[in-house]
Design a protein around this ligand. Structure first.
Ligand code: UGA
Length: 434
């Protein structure tokens, strides 16, 4: 099939590449000329495991091409995916400027039937607005489909190629049949294609992300309470997770959820509720608790240093909002850095992928090291903000040798409390005994 993807962020690029992988002819459109040049020369502009292999293969096969020319893209695709940014507006709602801008261009240009697919996370009612915008400028037949994406950064390719479900929101049989044909190769294992109306599809995406954010937040509260009463959240988590109604996943407490999706989507759903005269009480709490959680280790650090962090050197492992990505949007590490610097401490950080992004954002506010152990030279404490695999089994003797004080503040509960006791390392984590 002939496919066009407008917008080559995480979602657009993965969508375009994976759709080319099943034999479709895909053109990706982006207004960023440099990025398009970069992609045309075979370079993947983001770090996402396995994407490079598929990218190269499909470019070589001539199934995946890139352009800045929207009209060329619109001429090509029978199905046009909109994978455009929907940034957070000042009031927390999703800004639809880019989506509706391209909808207008589509209306002005198309002359034959197209299926326009909303792939970006967009508020309930957006498919209607996209339809109305296009219809204002054309009498050509077209359909609008809501097809939210559920991929996770770091696992995006796998999630796209083997989705647990595909959600298609549409009221047009013609569009539904085309979408089913497109996705058939991805659901051979029997996972469902769930067809519904556009609004329900749009809400499915927000409800899924908000539910997961609430699940993590619930565990963060349980963890904080464990500390008050002397329980261990690891035991509680295992005890709860074996109930199949609860499930083992997304029960890991830590220093809060971050990234480009959960924080933005929870706020956007909360705001859409308000706009509809509906109060999402649970989401207000999720937002507040997660804000506090990002710096929940701060009182422990302050108390360890008896309230005086001035001139203390903190080694920081992990800057990305989660492992296997270079994404630092809403990363808890950045909130910790702000607090530490405000308290007079110096920070030297290491992250396997995210350092260039942090350097651009924080300039010389913190120092960077070439390796995880190099951060420790002359440091007074080690702080862990992201659970990259290489941090999971470190050489504790080396840590003790290099640190001025053998103390670890762990925002991701990487180590066993007992092992830390055996190692004579003071160890502070989330929801467990110190
Ligand atoms: C999330 C969803 O998981 C995807 O299904 C969705 O498609 C995506 O948002 C999106 O809307 O585009 P992502 O933001 O890539 O994916 O990352 P997750 O792996 O879900 O992690 C989100 C945050 O929750 C991270 O900060 C992570 O550290 C935190 N988390 C996750 C916890 O604190 N505890 C857990 O048990 C799990």
């Amino acid at each position: 099939m002939k496919i066009t993807v407008v917008g080559t962020g995480y979602v657009g690029l993965v969508t375009g590449t994976c759709l080319a992988e099943t034999g479709n002819e895909v053109i990706c459109v982006d207004i960023d000329e440099n990025k398009v040049k970069q992609m045309q020369s075979g370079e993947v502009p983001i770090y996402e495991p396995h994407l490079d292999v598929l990218f190269e293969r499909n470019i070589k096969a001539g199934r995946l091409t890139f352009t800045t020319d929207l009209h060329k893209g619109l001429d090509h695709g029978e199905i046009i995916f909109l994978a455009l940014p929907t940034p957070e507006d000042e009031d927390g709602s999703a800004d639809l400027r880019y989506v509706l801008g391209v909808a207008k261009d589509i209306g002005e240009y198309i002359t034959d039937y197209k299926v326009i697919v909303d792939k970006s996370t967009v508020p309930v009612g957006t498919a209607d607005r996209v339809r109305e915008t296009i219809a204002e400028y054309t009498s050509t037949e077209f359909d609008v489909v809501s097809n939210p994406e559920f991929l996770r950064e770091g696992f995006a390719v796998d999630d796209f190629l083997k989705p647990e479900r595909i959600v298609i929101g549409s009221s047009s049989e013609r569009a539904i049949e085309l979408m089913k044909r497109l996705y058939k190769p991805f659901v051979r294992s029997g996972n469902p294609i769930i067809v519904m109306d556009e609004k329900s599809a749009e809400l499915t995406k927000y409800a899924s992300n908000s539910f997961l954010a609430a699940k993590i937040t619930f565990m963060n509260e349980i963890a904080n309470y464990c500390e008050k009463v002397g329980a261990d959240v690891d035991h509680v988590r295992r005890g709860m997770g074996t109930d199949s109604r609860i499930g083992k996943r997304f029960l890991f407490p830590g220093i809060g959820y971050g990234g480009s999706c959960f924080p933005k989507d929870v706020k956007a759903l909360h705001k859409s509720g308000k706009d509809a005269n509906f109060e999402f009480k649970i989401l207000s709490s999720v937002i507040d608790i997660n804000n506090d959680q990002k710096t929940v280790l701060m009182p422990k650090i302050e108390s360890y240093f008896k309230g005086n962090l001035s001139g203390k050197k903190i080694a920081l492992w992990g800057l990305a909002f989660k492992p296997e990505t270079d994404d630092i949007r809403e990363a808890p590490s950045l909130y910790m850095v702000d607090k530490l610097i405000a308290a007079g401490a110096n920070v030297t950080a290491f992250d396997p992928e995210a350092m260039p992004n942090v350097k651009r954002k924080l300039k010389d506010k913190i120092d960077f090291a070439n390796g995880m152990y190099e951060t420790l030279d002359g440091a007074d404490a080690l702080l862990i903000c992201t659970e990259w695999s290489i941090f999971r089994t470190p050489d504790f003797n080396k840590i003790k040798e290099k640190l001025n004080n053998p103390v670890i503040f762990d925002g991701r509960n990487l180590y066993d409390v007992e092992e830390m006791q055996d190692q004579n390392i003071s160890y502070y984590s989330i929801g467990r005994k110190t």
